[in-house]
Structures are given as C-alpha cells and as structure tokens.
Ligand binder design. Structure first.
Ligand SMILES: NC(=O)C1=CN([C@@H]2O[C@H](COP(=O)(O)OP(=O)(O)OC[C@H]3O[C@@H](n4cnc5c(N)ncnc54)[C@H](O)[C@@H]3O)[C@@H](O)[C@H]2O)C=CC1
Length: 358
C-alpha cells in the first residue's frame, strides 16, 4: 500500500478500467459517475491494511462490507473478476515491491478477504432482504436546507438506536449515502432522518429539495456500533453537531425506553441559533425526563467541543459523538484530555462519514 500510496488515484482508475474492459457486464452494478466510488474502493483497502494485524476488527469490518454489498447486486461469482483487476492494477503501479512473492501474498490476502465477505453475505441472505423499499410519508423542511424525512419501509426493518442506514434515491440510481436514524425503533415501524443539502451533494439535495410524500427510496442494511451499552448504568455524555443531533436524539429515546435513570448530558452544537433546528424536540425531551440535560452551544466565544469542559466531571461517563468529521476529531481529543478512556468514546467511522452526507 505504501508503494502505491502516491499513485492512489491512478491505481483505482486503472483498476476500474481493467475491470470494465474485461467484464463490461459489471459496469451496470456501479453508479453512472464513478468519482466517490473510486475513493470508496481505496478507503476500503486502506482500512483493511490499517487493521491487518487486528483480526477481530478486520473480520467484523469485512463481514459488514460483505453484507453491505448485497444491495449492489454483488454475487459470489463477481469476486474473482475484481481480484484479477486489483492484482493487475497493483502489478502495474507497485513497481518497487512487486515480485512473485508479493503477488502470491496478495492472492492469499484477496482470497481471504473475499471469502469472509462472501460468507457474511450468504449468511445474511438467510435472514434479511438485500434491500428494503421505503415510501416517504412526511417531509418537513425545517430550514432552507434541512429536512426531517419519515419513511415507511415495505418490510420490518430491525435496527438499534445510534445506527445508520444507506439510502438510494430514484433520481441517482446506485448512488448510496449513509444517514443515521433520528429516532429509536418505533412500534409503527416508521424511520426518520435529518438531511442537510450540502453543496454538490446529489443525494442530500434530492432528498431535501425534490423528495415528496409518495416517493420511494431504497435502504440497505443498518450498520454502526454507536449504540447504548445497557449493561452499565454510567452516565452518557453526548455531543451532536448540526444534523449530528439525529442519532443522539435516538440514543436519548433508547435510554428513556429502557426505563433507566442514567444521567444523560447532550451538548448540541450549531453555527447559529437558527441552525439549532431541532432544539424544540430536545427541550421537550428534557422536560419529560429529569435525568436529561440539554446544553445548546452556538459558535462564538467557545468552540463547540470545548464547551463540555465548563461542566463535568466526565471521567466516569460513556461518550457519544456525532457530527462533522472535524468536530468528531477535536471532540475525541478534548474528551481524552479529560480522562475518558478511548474505549468509552463512541462515534461512527470517520472514513464512512466523509462521503456520508453528500
Ligand atoms: N453519525 C454521525 O456522526 C452523523 C454525522 N453527521 C454529519 O454531521 C455533519 C453535519 O453538518 P452541519 O449540520 O453542516 O454541521 P456544521 O458544519 O454546521 O457544524 C455543527 C457544529 O459542529 C462544529 N464544528 C464543525 N466543524 C468543527 C471542527 N472542525 N472542529 C470543532 N467543531 C466543529 C460547529 O462549530 C457546529 O457547532 C455532516 O458532515 C454529516 O455528515 C450527520 C448525522 C450523523
């Protein structure tokens, strides 16, 4: 990976060129525009390389990736074609290290990776559909660029508060983006999401400005491990920045439903008062639950994650962060400096978030 690092963009372009010239029938599984897709392949390889010595983490990551590929229509028979193209691209660009031994090692690696993904997809096929159709049942424009959208899936959709799904709109086929559930599972099975239209974000703009009740989207399986640990009764310190408040609200509802009276402190960060689009909901929750404190923080004197320093102590709390990648990075640093151990700080993977909101 280090050898091809400098040429990463070229490696992935060449990889897809090889794949599509040798197997033109596979082109229709990918979106019309390949830019984000190219980055995703590389990120997956980098993530795998990063965890190469941590078998449990790597295996879980690959199993999730295998299950997640079902919604693209990926079949076990597609994996060898991808492997050939990957080896072809590495052989061309890893010029300093490529030899028979490196090739044999990559064949073993790719065989192991693809087997884990294929097995996870096969097991998942026995239990869950490859995707769900879901109808838009309400669309509430909260600011000129933020909508709260409620969907009714066509089949039961099991998930945990704090997780996210992947979503494809009818206007951009095969372009999938991640969105966190904005509510804990409900008895009526409806799902809600907070979507902000971001510049050049195809899916987010379609969801905010085009989607209307009656439209149908597709959902992939739920993913993510930012869920509440109900085996402890430690307090929860939650930081939600912008639309990152969505999964935090789901976590609060989850604690309430479990009837636990654990102290929960929510710091809700936004650029301006006007951007605190969901503050009314959060304050209503605070009124109904004595264990919940909501602290709105608008950019100004204090930078958002630093506002938690004015309260506390937090070192016996579990921490949950959700929001823009930069906020998560600085929030994790601030919380670690306060003495919260890394394993008690939960957030979604930053690699996943970078392309998430588009
Ligand atoms: N599960 C998750 O982690 C979720 C993440 N998101 C992500 O949250 C973001 C929300 O975007 P917006 O509403 O436009 O947020 P925004 O850009 O308006 O920022 C929200 C808050 O975070 C703070 N912040 C932003 N960048 C920061 C940095 N580098 N360091 C410290 N603080 C920072 C801001 O000061 C503000 O208080 C999107 O990137 C979206 O993908 C959204 C939902 C769930």
């Amino acid at each position: 990976m280090a050898d091809v690092g400098e040429d990463a963009g070229k490696v992935t372009s060449y990889f897809y060129a090889l794949l599509f010239t040798r197997h033109p029938e596979l082109r229709s599984l990918f979106p019309a525009a390949m830019d984000t897709q190219r980055d995703r392949l590389l990120k997956a390889l980098l993530t795998a390389a990063e965890h190469i010595d941590n078998k449990p983490v790597l295996t879980e990551y690959l199993r999730n990736l295998g299950r997640g590929h079902r919604k693209y229509g990926t079949q076990a028979s597609h994996y060898p074609a991808v492997g050939e193209a990957l080896l072809g691209a590495l052989a061309r660009y890893a010029t300093n290290t490529w030899d028979d031994e490196a090739e044999a090692a990559w064949i073993r690696t790719y065989t192991a990776i693809s087997q884990i993904m294929i097995d996870a997809a096969a097991e998942n096929e026995l239990r869950a559909p490859a995707w769900w159709h879901a109808e838009v049942v309400s669309h509430d424009l909260r600011t000129p660029d933020i909508a709260v959208i409620t969907l009714r899936p066509d089949q039961p959709y099991p998930f945990l508060a704090g997780q996210y799904t992947s979503l494809e709109t009818p206007w951009w086929p095969r372009v999938w983006r991640h969105y966190s559930f904005a509510a804990a599972p409900r008895p009526d099975g409806l799902l809600s999401f907070h979507v902000k239209a971001v510049p050049a974000g195809w899916v987010s703009n379609a969801l905010v400005h085009r989607a209307r009740p009656g439209d149908t989207v597709r959902l992939g399986p739920p993913a993510g491990s930012m869920t509440v640990d109900h085996t402890t009764d430690s307090g929860l310190l939650c930081l939600g920045g912008g639309t990152g408040i969505a999964p935090i609200k789901a976590l609060v509802e989850d604690v309430a439903e479990h009837g636990e009276r654990r102290p929960v402190d929510v710091f809700y960060g936004a650029r301006t008062d006007y951007d605190l689009y969901d503050i009314d909901t959060m304050l209503r929750l605070q009124q109904s639950h004595s264990w919940l404190s909501v602290h709105p923080v608008v950019d100004g004197r204090t930078h958002f994650p630093d506002a938690v320093l004015e309260y506390g102590p937090w070192n016996s709390h579990d921490a949950y962060l959700s929001g823009p990648p930069g906020m998560i990075r600085s929030g994790v640093d601030a919380l670690r400096n306060l003495g919260i151990p890394g394993e008690r700080i939960r957030h979604d993977s930053i690699e996943e978030l970078v392309a998430a909101g588009e």
